[in-house]
Design a protein around this ligand. Sequence first.
Ligand SMILES: Cc1ncc(COP(=O)(O)O)c(C=O)c1O
Length: 511
Amino acid sequence: MTEPVELRRYQAAVWDEPVVMELGRAGRRGVVFPRPAGGVDLEGIPPGLRRKALPGLPEMSEPDVLRHYLHLSQQTLGMMGISLFGTCTMKYNARVNEAITALDDVAQLHPRQAEATLQGSLQIMHDLELNLRALSGMDRFVFQAAGGADAAFLHVCVTRAYHAARGELETRDEIITSIQSHPCNPATAATAGFKIVTLPLEENGYPSLDALKAAVSPRTAALMINNPDDMGIYNPDIAEWVRIVHEAGGLCFYDHANFNGVMSKIRARDLGFDACMFMLHKTFGAPKGGGGPAVGAYGCSEALLPYLPGPVLVKEDDGFHLRAGGPHSIGRVREFLGNLPQMIKAYAWIRAMGIEGIAEASDLSVLANNYMGKALARIRGVSCSHPHIDAWRLEMTRFSLETLERETGITAYDVQNRMVDYGVDAFWLAHEPWVIPQPFTPEAGEMWSKEDLDYWIAVLAKVCQEAYEDPERVRTAPHNHPIGRLDPAPLEDPARWATTWRAYKRKHGVE
Ligand SMILES: Cc1ncc(COP(=O)(O)O)c(C=O)c1O
């Protein structure tokens, strides 16, 4: 039962400071290095890589830099508060794991080091792989992909190589997925040249077997699906799905981004899947950084080994070796070995949790999600997707603010912006396309206390109440932050967006 919660008065620091590129003053220094005796030896640096002019960095003292970044850290839109972001499991990143990977033994490793000097790291990679094999039933894992979407891309490349090797690529050009799959599944498949067959959802929250049977054909190259999906709904017919796709000659890929609610309860290979991906940066306690400093661990059955990207890690009597991929290898998807510090953090997380701890974390995340679900359903204006489904949702639940919008004009986006005024992180709405109107998808996970969940629920209840009583306050939020509502238009306009200072100056005519 949710107890009455008193909301705290939150006000983010407002430093109103220019960006760091504008803070410098000519000649100001943080550290003054002695000039190298005998000058700088430029030999070995190709002429094309030598600077002709000094880099345009801001010139600042060390306290200036420290103060600036400290200020920035205080202006994070509630991200230092409770974060139930959703659709992307976010976990606390244990400090001890950060400390381990900051040690010189890890931080100073160079990917071109001789194999003999990398044996410790390779052993960790190998042991991590053994753990993931045990959790999935797969025969091999590779860690090159730098995120979940990257691992999905790896899979479509493997699918292409697999059918090409069998002389069937010309005819097998369709990948089946569901409207509820993460967009990276159809997007990566389309990038690799496949046509996408998207199955709609039925009343029970997943596509029907009949729809799947109608979709499969000799053109089917693969099924790419997540289960549970990010509405927390588990398709109990999944093994039959895999059987049907296999019968048609297609491969089956399990997007395991939503693994948190089923860790140690199901195994992708036992369900018949040929391949799966785990996100070390979500489920396994390494920091989140999708698409970049992350790891999409890709596991597959023996039949797909010839297609894996090299170098492949092998254990032999004299130690660990990195071997080139086989003749059908898809080649690299990323440079070097992948993101080693993230692998070490995930390995440390698995070892610290143990198999019982992992199972318990899964149970707790489902319990917390359903505890939260019951409380949210009591808030005026909030409804749950597929309310007729009686079963517990797994790792997360999709809710809707459709009623709130109809009755007050306040959208899920408005509510998201107002919640940060209470010092909690904004929730995530839903991936596109929205199959539920005005969606939001909080994910409780296993790490937040009951008090934290109750606080978060109370914030949402308060904002919904405000929507009925003072909608303007919600529509114009955030109010307790250094910046108000951002104009999203420049993000949609390549002529105006700027991801670097140089691009900003060019596009805005700044000298
Ligand atoms: C189901 C699912 N698959 C794939 C992805 C993509 O993962 P990443 O952000 O690591 O690229 C996500 C991310 O939200 C997801 O929820």
